[in-house]
Design a protein around this ligand. Structure first.
Ligand code: ADP
Length: 426
């Protein structure tokens, strides 16, 4: 274990140095509660140069990065008292590392994943002080995620002062959903003030919709269910590339059970916990976000599907059974919302890697027109349905970072062109 002392140093460009040329890069940042994931792309062709993360912030931080061009990886772990403690320190450390790793690094633009765009932000947006304020006003809608996203934004804006930065919203893809999937049957005034079904994982769904369009344009123009099954899990019904319905709702708790989140739960259970077990909001939040899902159902064994699959315990089996059952149930519901089905896509850490979950979900779904090809599924092929299956079943890798990079490039280019024109004129 190496110990690296970190100072809160501000790095990056606030100069008017010309930013042109092939070595310019786009930096993407995905700041979670205890981690910052980053990736660096060529600004010209969006080729990914490297990706990495600092995780364990506030506890036992560690850093790892993988350079896709050289194929080399790096890993650092700190003693708890030395490592970066805050998002700002972590970002500062990442920038220092990037500058050491990439000689002459010029970051042309920065893209951020932001969990909540509320009602106002339906598409990616260039960040300025006002937009940051508007995003911060949404903290109450995603208290466990939004403040961390904003901490990453603040740190990056302090670091790269003149560099255009873009917020990419995880809710944006779902905002055009019809009223019936946007609302709860609560008094209308709550809907009007923003108590709605926002849905999340939008960047992942947008990426998959684009990938499907490249690979299978006819299916992409039809009715598709995408199952994003990771530590966070949700499903989305997509028609002609547009989100029609999704399993996540007002928060990222609803729908499928997840690693440690509960998924759909009868609100009566929450009343019971408050009234009979004297649990307050913090205790309930901890229960729903951190103690439930696969971890809760497996009796605390693990939130990791690999561990559950390897376990012989009855509770681990129950957890997988419930996970699979809920996915099948939602698949039926989403197919009804789409009035039929042309393709189903598995993605996310579990969707991409667990043959067992894919096999168990698709087994018995012939009534919906899906016929699984066991050998293709076991081999991890892209197409996992048989040739005669009416519905195409696919396994596709998602890439939220690539989506952020694309949006960032699109929105930043005019700003960069304007800056270059200003410099030329001055
Ligand atoms: P996040 O929602 O944090 O982005 P990921 O999409 O990376 O999560 O998914 C992480 C999860 O994927 C792990 O917790 C684990 O349950 C699951 N996973 C990863 N690899 C495998 C595998 N080979 N078999 C089964 N599950 C896997």
């Amino acid at each position: 274990m190496t110990s690296v002392e970190v100072t809160d140093r501000v790095v990056g460009s606030s100069s008017a140095a010309p930013r042109t040329g092939g070595s310019e890069a786009l930096l993407t940042i995905n700041a979670g509660s205890s981690s910052i994931k980053f990736a660096l792309f060529d600004a010209d062709d969006l080729d990914r140069r490297l990706a990495g993360q600092i995780e364990g912030l506030g506890n036992a931080p560690s850093f790892r990065a993988h350079d896709l061009r050289s194929g080399r990886s790096e890993h650092n772990a700190w003693d708890a008292s030395y490592g970066p403690r805050t998002h700002r320190e972590a970002l500062s450390w990442i920038i220092d590392w990037l500058e050491g790793h990439e000689s002459g690094l010029q970051v042309a633009a920065v893209g951020h994943r932001v969990v909540h765009g509320g009602l106002h932000f339906t598409t990616p947006v260039l960040l300025d002080a006002h937009v940051v304020e508007q995003l911060a006003a949404l903290n109450a809608l995603a208290p466990l995620h939004q403040p961390h996203n904003l901490a990453g934004i603040t740190a990056a804006r302090d670091t790269f002062r003149d560099v255009p930065q873009v917020a990419c919203l995880d809710t944006g893809f779902h905002r055009a959903q019809p009223f019936v999937n946007d609302t709860f049957a609560l008094p209308r005034s709550l809907y009007d003030e923003g108590v709605r079904r926002y849905g999340f994982h939008g960047l992942s769904y947008e990426y998959i919709a684009g990938r499907l369009l490249d690979l299978y344009p006819l299916h992409a123009a039809g009715r598709v269910i995408v199952a994003h099954l990771g530590n966070g899990a949700s499903m989305c019904a997509v028609r002609d590339g547009q989100s029609v319905a999704s399993t996540m709702g007002f928060s990222a708790l609803d729908g499928l059970p997840m690693g440690t989140r509960c998924g759909q739960v009868d609100p009566g259970v929450l009343l019971y916990l408050m009234q009979n077990k004297a649990m307050d909001a913090e205790a309930i939040s901890n229960l729903l976000y951190r103690q439930s899902g696969l971890k809760g159902l497996s009796g605390g064994l693990s939130n990791d599907m690999r561990v559950l699959e390897a376990s012989e315990s009855r509770e681990a089996g129950d957890a997988i059974d419930y996970f699979v059952f809920r996915i099948k149930r939602e698949m039926g519901g989403l197919a009804a919302a789409l009035e039929g089905l042309d393709a189903v896509v598995f993605t996310g850490g579990i969707g991409e890697n667990s043959k067992l979950v894919r096999q168990r979900v698709l087994q018995g779904m012939e009534w919906l027109g899906i016929e699984l090809d066991d050998a293709r599924n076991r081999a991890g092929e892209v197409v996992i349905s048989t040739d005669r299956s009416r519905v195409l079943a696919l396994r596709l890798a998602t890439d939220e970072e690539a989506m952020i990079a694309r949006h960032t490039r699109r929105l930043a280019l005019p700003v960069l062109a304007g800056q270059a024109a200003d410099r030329a004129g001055s």
